[in-house]
Design a protein around this ligand. Structure first.
Ligand code: SF4
Length: 395
């Protein structure tokens, strides 16, 4: 597994796979072809079907040069390897092709080339590949999950930056009202929820407000942290913020919690998927809820087994969740879903911490089931906006 830094990528919304990944790919292609006179880019599969709402063409043109870039939405081409394919072409001033590159945005801002091993990160920092292996190792060594992450992948410095960006996104979102960009003309709700929290100081109210704040920032192209994706970026911060504001949990403890959450996100990315275009929303919101549950269980004082149980519960009860964003925008159902997934994460943590941590279905097993369920889901429910809510409500 790669560093958990790749679970927490800092960038602009609204989509890690449809905005961040294509932006990174376009920048790489530009760096390789700095003297190209013009660029032509084809988007395939889910990128072609929902790229407009996710601002894929906008970000590619912005990166390669508005005046010299043409983007085509090719809805007929789809690669079995991954539904988020794109091909870049560069031409010289004689209109001769000088380069081309087929690349895939596989979720969380990560890129892979055709048939490249997807699950193996470039830096294989961890000696274990599953949570079962990690838990056994921790038992043998008599260490906590936090000790484990610190031993192999201590990124305290980076996570301090991550936490700052998360908190800034919450505070900006809580202070902003108005309408989100896009055809839905959706009103921002976070500020209203925050005002209600101030009247009745409830943990849940602040959690909902924080989730909405970050998800609304994401939907308007603001700076956020993938955790593990843009569409689900409000879940983890929203279980953190009330702990800081209401329970005065220390910054150090929150950073520790982010390490543990990152480990769970990493295992899902490694053995399952965090791409809505590949496995539906269970891979995005379900994964975020699972990470937030692990973090919350750690803050509640849970031991290794209770933390693993919390993460398992939150993922299990998101199995089968479809991705059907209306008009391809990361707004409905995405924004509200962040708040509800945060609530489920916190409840999963409380539930797990009321037990001794023993349970029948392991986290690893649920990650496998999530992947299989994702394969069985119709493409209509995997970020194509061709079924479900997206079909019922057409803009
Ligand atoms: S429905 Fe879920 S997976 Fe799909 S765009 Fe929204 S948050 Fe992402």
């Amino acid at each position: 597994m790669d560093s958990i830094k790749n679970i927490y990528k800092i960038g602009n919304g609204p989509s890690s796979s449809h905005t961040m990944g294509p932006q990174i790919a376009a920048q790489k292609f530009l760096d390789k072809n700095p003297n190209a006179s013009r660029f032509y880019v084809e988007l395939y599969g889910s990128l072609a079907l929902t790229g407009k709402g996710h601002l894929t063409d906008y970000i590619i043109k912005k990166t390669l040069g508005e005046n010299k870039t043409t983007v085509k939405f090719d809805i007929k081409t789809n690669y079995d390897y991954h539904p988020n394919g794109m091909k870049f072409f560069a031409y010289n001033d004689k209109n001769e092709k000088i380069d081309e590159w087929l690349v895939f945005s596989v979720g969380g801002g990560s890129l892979r080339e055709l048939n490249e091993e997807r699950s193996e990160g470039k830096a294989n920092l961890y000696p274990h590949k599953t949570m079962d292996e990690i838990l056994l190792f921790c038992e043998d060594e008599d260490i906590t999950l936090l000790d484990y992450v610190k031993r192999y992948d201590d990124c305290t410095y980076y996570l301090n930056i991550v936490l700052d960006v998360m908190l800034e996104a919450i505070e900006k979102g809580l202070a902003t009202s108005g309408t989100l960009p896009g055809s839905l003309r959706l009103a921002r709700k976070a500020k209203d929820f925050y005002n209600k929290y101030k009247k009745v100081e409830s943990f849940s109210n602040l959690m909902y407000a924080s989730a909405l704040a970050v998800a609304e920032e994401n939907a308007s192209g603001g700076l956020i942290v993938t955790s593990p994706t843009c569409g689900a970026c409000g879940v983890v911060p929203s279980v953190i913020y009330p702990q800081i504001i209401m329970n005065h949990v220390s910054r150090e403890k929150i950073i520790n919690g982010l390490m543990i959450a990152g480990l769970f996100g990493n295992i899902i990315k490694y053995n399952g998927s965090i791409s809505g275009a590949e496995v539906g929303c269970q891979g995005e919101i379900g994964s975020a809820s699972s990470m937030a549950a692990a973090l919350s269980a750690y803050l509640l004082g849970g031991n290794n087994r209770q933390i693993e149980y919390a993460a398992e519960i939150a993922l299990e009860h998101h199995l089968g969740l479809t991705c059907d964003p209306i008009d391809g925008l990361v707004q409905i159902p995405c924004i509200e879903r962040n708040a509800i997934a945060a609530s489920m994460a916190f409840d999963s943590a409380k539930y797990a911490c009321l037990t001794d941590g023993s349970h029948r279905i392991s986290f690893d097993y649920i990650v496998g089931v999530m992947k299989e369920t994702g394969k069985d889901l119709s493409d209509k429910y995997k970020e194509t906006s061709e079924g479900g809510l997206a079909k019922i409500i057409k803009c």
